[in-house]
Design a protein around this ligand. Sequence first.
Ligand code: C5P
Length: 217
Amino acid sequence: PGAGPLAGRHAIVTSGPTHEAIDPVRYIANRSSGRQGHAIAAALAALGARVTLVSGPVALPDPPGVAVRRVESAREMLAACEAALPADVAVCAAAVADWRVAAAAGQKLKKVPGQAPPPLALALNPDILATLSAHPRRPRLVVGFAAETEEVVANAIAKRARKGCDWIVANDVSGDVMGGRENAVHLVTAQGVEHWPRLPKEEVARRLAERIAAALA
Ligand code: C5P
């Protein structure tokens, strides 16, 4: 338990992609480095929060001073988030796969010469951000992300209403943000929209953590 404006607060952060099994050796996934989510977890811890980072498979070191729960699938990510409740704030930065394979095979699917590829029927995954936003133990502040390639702010405003979260951090991913080190974001709240300059992801995380501390103060 550290000092700082978030001392005594518990934060849940989701980060990275999810992997949805096709069979024991194959999966479908979203593209995500986990850089922004991990930086947010580190920045919240630096302000004194107790942080539970629920992370899909990433190639990043664990941020210092953060409890990391490693998961693979969206359903595991949701279960880990719910197990971590109660929390004062949840930041959903993970790139969760919208669909999983409806019936993952228990054994490796065989590639038989001359046979057609296996069909992949998909099932809808739970929406972690929407679930936490409507949860009986809802964190006081719930923050989501929106990666958009067009109409970035308009889509983020609609997404904030649809998901039931308090803030949306919207980023324009039409350029080279995915996997990159910088992010240009817009913070969408009930009060309006702030346009932040293009910043290193660590600096986006620091500013967001400070805003979270102010909101919970
Ligand atoms: O609907 P969309 O994927 O664009 O929404 C993005 C936001 O919703 C992000 O905060 C992401 O972490 C969250 N999300 C989630 N669970 C899903 C899909 C998205 O938490 N199944």
